[in-house]
Write a protein that binds this ligand. Sequence first.
Ligand SMILES: Nc1nc2c(ncn2[C@@H]2O[C@H](COP(=O)(O)OP(=O)(O)OP(=O)(O)O)[C@@H](O)[C@H]2O)c(=O)[nH]1
Ligand SMILES: [Zn+2]
Length: 202
Amino acid sequence: MPRCPYVTPDIPETQERNMSQEMENHYREILSALGEDPEREGLQDTPARAAKAMQFLTHGYQQSLGDIVNDAVFSSDTDEMVIVKDIELYSMCEHHMLPFIGKCHIGYLPRGKVLGLSKFARIVDMYARRLQIQEELTRQIANAVQDATDARGVGVIVEARHMCMMMRGVEKQNSSMKTSVMLGDFRDNLPSRQEFLTLVYN
Ligand SMILES: Nc1nc2c(ncn2[C@@H]2O[C@H](COP(=O)(O)OP(=O)(O)OP(=O)(O)O)[C@@H](O)[C@H]2O)c(=O)[nH]1
Ligand SMILES: [Zn+2]
């Protein structure tokens, strides 16, 4: 798959142009299918803009865990729980390709090493900027933190509101979805799980 201009400046320019051009053509066809005139003044640049926006919204496909962690794993004697909460996320569900928007809380119990603070947000973004359902997003984030840190336990909670439930379908404006994944001590050890929930919600 061609790589994305937002993440990898070193990709061949022709590949980048091909992906943009292909998307642009499809957006033009969608506009025609809607009964619109893609050549009218207000829409002339829309296919190109929409293609660029879609490439940005899905740029996680062009990233890998190794790239974003980038060796920012540091030796540490800390063995107490670390929490990073309220990491905002913007994603799109794989069913409707409509946005779901919310936040993510991550906790882990280090085992000899800690992960650079910004990397938690980068991990969230990498998976959020791909198509999936919220449950899978939560699991992918948890597994990535586990892989990067070799922690004794990892907990991840995602809270989000889905546009496919709000703007269309059942049109419920006030419901939100909360998903969690607990690994290691967070799953097996009740006090650790409770400490995580207390630190996140109090
Ligand atoms: N579990 C889960 N479901 C999701 C997520 N995002 C969207 N959905 C649901 O995916 C389902 C798709 O159902 P379908 O019946 O195939 O599609 P639909 O006719 O568009 O469904 P409605 O949304 O009920 O109109 C819907 O119930 C959505 O609410 C998600 O992240 N997790
Ligand atoms: Zn959806």
